[in-house]
Design a protein around this ligand. Structure first.
Ligand code: ATP
Length: 358
């Protein structure tokens, strides 16, 4: 029987609650499937550890998880520690050295969920956003000098490399090809940013020639926000830079009903390193400890993890169980306007998995 070792990093705030739920759903999936087994190693990395030791993860943290088959991540961040410290100290400290350069964010309106977009009931909105996850605006290149003085200066340099842009374009075109519509929208800001973004456009056109069966178009990121809200049915697969896709995918999550639903995969497509799966929401300290965090974003991330591990049947079964739960309004958590608790949704999803005879 195939055995997978999963590194679970719940992190901060509701991260602990949704990862516990995700582990339950994954365990139920493996049990129902019978063809594979999952074991989970839990790591207590996060802001509490930072407050005690000065580090969010131990110095040899990457070594501890390098041999795992996948990473299930909750959230990092706390109200009393600066966001750039927690982000760079844990999430990016894993994504960057493990070369998880393709950040994949599917968005769809699940059964029973109401989009804030008038007239959008479901089929009109079915996207996958591919975010370049290793360079661009979040490359970490820059500096700050003359701190506190009137002449203080700070730079964040957006860095685009030919190899970095080419590999994310190839990934995005291949993903677009695997979807029924075979359609990719390349997002840029090449009218105003005339170096990196123009190279991005040129490389898109070059890579497009390798995928003659994929249709594609280009959008400026500002116009893209309008197209997403006014003509969602004209989009399918979308590729954008680290910053642009970060923003667009939050918009996408809101349009799909709640931040609590949206999943992410941080992939190292060559599988030299483990890939990482996480809900897109943060630690949400306003609801931490209340037992009302929506676990659906984590469940959907777990679906992506099962697909990545090569278990498409179990992945589809878990997704059906999630859709069964969202279709039932009495299983909606407060972010969706309901009164259900995390444990109610988790129990319903696990029961649906166990009872799925397909
Ligand atoms: P960060 O850790 O990135 O600073 P945050 O704590 O500010 O994030 P977000 O994740 O950005 O919170 O979410 C904003 C708000 O949306 C939260 O404060 C919370 O009320 C709500 N929210 C987010 N995720 C969930 C969820 N899974 N279930 C229910 N509500 C959620």
């Amino acid at each position: 029987m195939k055995q997978y070792r999963i590194a679970a990093i719940p992190g901060d705030g509701i991260g602990t609650e949704v990862i516990a739920a995700g582990i339950e759903a994954l365990a139920a999936s493996a049990k129902r499937d019978g063809g594979f087994a999952l074991s989970f190693d839990r790591f207590d990395w996060g802001t509490d550890r930072y407050k005690k030791t000065g580090r969010l993860m131990p110095e040899d943290g990457l070594e501890q998880i390098r041999a795992h088959d996948a990473i299930l991540f909750g959230a990092v961040g706390a109200p009393d520690v600066a966001d750039h410290i927690t982000l760079w100290g844990l999430r990016l400290a894993i994504c960057q050295p493990f070369d998880q350069y393709a950040n994949v964010r599917p968005t769809r309106i699940l059964p029973g969920i109401v989009s804030p977009l008038r007239n959008v009931t479901g089929p009109e909105l079915d996207w996958v956003i591919v975010r370049e996850n290793s360079e661009g605006e979040y490359a970490g290149v820059g500096g700050r000098v003359h701190k506190g003085l009137p002449e203080e200066a700070a730079t964040d340099v957006a860095m685009f490399t030919r190899s970095g842009v080419t590999r994310i374009m190839r990934f995005a075109f291949a993903l677009a090809r695997s979807r029924p519509r075979k359609f990719l929208t390349v997002v840029t800001k090449s009218n105003a940013q005339r170096h990196g973004m123009v190279m991005w456009d040129e490389i898109a056109a070059e890579v497009a020639r390798e995928f003659p069966d994929v249709n594609w178009d280009k959008m400026l990121v500002d116009a893209m926000t309008m197209r997403m809200t006014l003509r969602p049915e004209t989009l399918d697969t979308i590729v954008a830079t680290n910053l642009h896709a970060d923003i667009l995918s939050d918009l996408a999550a809101a349009l799909a009903g709640s931040l609590g639903i949206a999943p992410t995969a941080n992939l190292n497509p060559e599988r030299k390193f483990p890939s990482m799966f996480e809900p897109i929401h943060g630690s949400a300290f306003d609801i931490t400890g209340k037992g009302i965090a929506n676990p659906v974003g984590t469940f959907w991330s777990a679906v992506m993890m099962l697909e990545h591990l090569g278990q498409p049947v179990a992945a589809a079964r878990l997704m059906r169980a999630v859709e069964f739960a969202t279709a039932n309004k009495s299983l909606h958590t407060p972010d969706l306007g309901g009164r259900a608790m995390t444990k109610d949704v988790t129990r319903a999803v696990c029961e649906a998995i166990a009872g799925d005879n397909r």
